[in-house]
Ligand binder design. Structure first.
Ligand code: ZN
Length: 497
């Protein structure tokens, strides 16, 4: 039988070592990424036998009790780890394709990975389309055959573990009521349908000159890139803005010795901000390389939310609550900071955008698009993961995404545009719960909660429990019945109507 004490110690070491390895690679300090070596070292953790034994121990405990929830987190950890481990070669093969392939557009050679950045930034629609469709051919011909096999294998493991399908596996491990969430999002999409058609349609007509139902994915990528606001969100100001914001809620970062901000410019550093959990909570690193633009600000604020959450976890908690649990919770805190960029007072104080109404309109359309997109993704993933023939699902992908978003979606993206382990559902829960949490904070501390150290104390109290409670339980702890889509629905419709 599994020795839970030594198992937990190794889970912590495994997480810490993988995070450090990713940190070194992504921050540009180490060229090679040797994650598989760490997986080999801890292969005893990622064993089907462990899933069955933990599941069995769990079945003897009271549902929702301390022991049961800790076992559930461990079970989810092993499941995700062993799924990842078992499809490692496909993941590596797909990574190699994306790292090595190049596309050719009008005699220009563009590396596959750069192509996406290129079409987000390309003003010329014809050129944008060429890049997009050339990239698409690589997805179709090179990536999809690998990803189809990968998905078959993931589905097979779910059955081998005794579940009907991949959905049931994650329902059990993550304790998410997918149908309930899907229903809430169907309601959200219905209620925002005409608003979305109107406002997104208007953006596309004005900025690209096409109707929503004729627009392609690259047109939407281009308008959401929103270059026109870049000059307000300058590279040199972002850290001052972050520091001022955190000071406002009473967090002087310099005083938190367990938090470090990696600012160094290195040639191979990933420009996208990320949080490295080298040790929770004693060594949490916020890694940034500011490049400017509104998306840079939102991603740095987002990551700052993750960093603070993990850095303020009570160190005496068991590892399940410090490292594992429902990531919708950490994503909620990340969104709380990210969406300060939708707060008129915060914007006024921190970014002098000339036409604030125009910017806010854009930012809310962006948020609405995201929620509708993930609603469509969840619906599709619920079909994909119980399907018998994966190849037949490309049609369903197109149908669900176009139903949610109207503009054209290539069928070929039906496997590149999915998240492993229903992360899409966790994001949706975070979007929903963040609006609830924020409304609670506004009620307690006023609209300027981000300038009130008491709001910081309130958050610190929540953060101290790590991910012990899931998003539904946390919502209940702060006075709601559970997670409820209405606050985010009202916020968006009130702004855009
Ligand atoms: Zn996040």
């Amino acid at each position: 039988m599994i020795d839970l004490e030594s198992f937990r110690i190794d889970v912590e070491k495994f997480n810490s070592e993988t995070n450090l390895e990713y940190y070194l690679n992504w921050s540009g300090q180490k060229d090679e990424l040797k994650i598989s070596k760490i997986y080999d070292k801890y292969s005893h953790l990622l064993d089907m036998k462990n899933v069955r034994e933990i599941k069995q121990l769990r079945s003897k405990e009271k549902d929702g009790g301390e022991t049961e929830r800790r076992l559930r987190s461990l079970q989810a950890f092993v499941i995700e780890g062993l799924l990842g481990q078992n499809v490692k070669e496909y993941t590596d093969k797909a990574e190699t394709v994306t790292a090595k392939q190049k596309i050719k557009v009008d005699s220009e050679v563009i590396p596959y990975r750069l192509a996406e950045v290129r079409y987000h930034n390309e003003d010329d629609r014809e050129k944008r389309a060429k890049i997009f469709h050339a990239r698409d051919r690589i997805i179709e011909e090179e990536l999809n055959p690998i990803l189809e096999e990968r998905m078959e294998k993931l589905h097979g493991i779910a059955r081998e573990l005794g579940y009907d399908n991949y959905i049931e596996l994650f329902r059990d491990a993550k304790n998410i009521d997918f149908e309930n969430l899907d229903n809430a999002m169907t309601y959200f999409n219905e209620r925002t349908e005409s608003l979305y058609l109107d406002r997104m349609g208007e953006q596309l007509r004005k900025k690209v000159g096409v109707a929503l139902n004729e627009a392609e994915k690259h047109d939407v990528a281009y308008i959401l890139r929103a270059k026109e606001f870049d000059s307000y969100f300058t590279k040199d100001k972002v850290l001052t803005v972050l520091k001022r914001t955190l000071d406002g809620i009473g967090f002087d970062i310099a005083k938190h010795k367990n938090i470090s901000i990696d600012l160094e410019e290195r040639p191979r550093k990933n420009p996208r901000a990320f949080t490295a959990l080298v040790k929770v909570p004693s060594d949490v690193r916020l890694v940034v390389m500011p490049k400017g633009g509104q998306d840079d600000y939102t991603s740095i604020l987002h990551e700052a939310g993750h960093t603070l959450h993990f850095a303020l976890v009570d160190p005496t908690l068991p590892i399940e609550y410090k490292w594992l649990g429902d990531l919708s919770v950490s994503e909620t805190y990340a969104f709380l900071f990210e969406y300060l960029t939708l707060n008129r007072i915060w914007l006024d104080e921190n970014i002098s955008v000339k036409d604030l109404d125009k910017y806010l309109d854009f930012a809310y359309i962006y948020k609405l698009y995201y929620l509708r997109r993930y609603a469509g993704k969840l619906k599709y993933e619920l079909l994909l993961h119980k399907s018998k023939g994966i190849k037949d699902m490309s049609e369903k992908y197109m149908k669900e995404l176009e139903h949610s978003l109207t503009f054209k979606h290539p069928k070929s993206h039906y496997l590149t545009d999915t998240d492993d382990g229903f992360y899409s559902a966790q994001y949706l829960r975070a979007w929903i719960f963040e609006a609830q949490l924020r409304s609670k904070m506004a009620e307690k501390f006023g609209d300027k909660w981000f300038r009130n150290p008491q709001a910081g104390d309130f958050l610190a109290e929540l953060w101290s429990s790590g991910q012990k409670y899931d998003a539904v339980e946390l919502a209940q702890r702060i006075g709601f019945k559970g997670i409820d889509v209405k606050p985010v629905l009202v916020e968006i419709t009130e702004h855009l109507a």
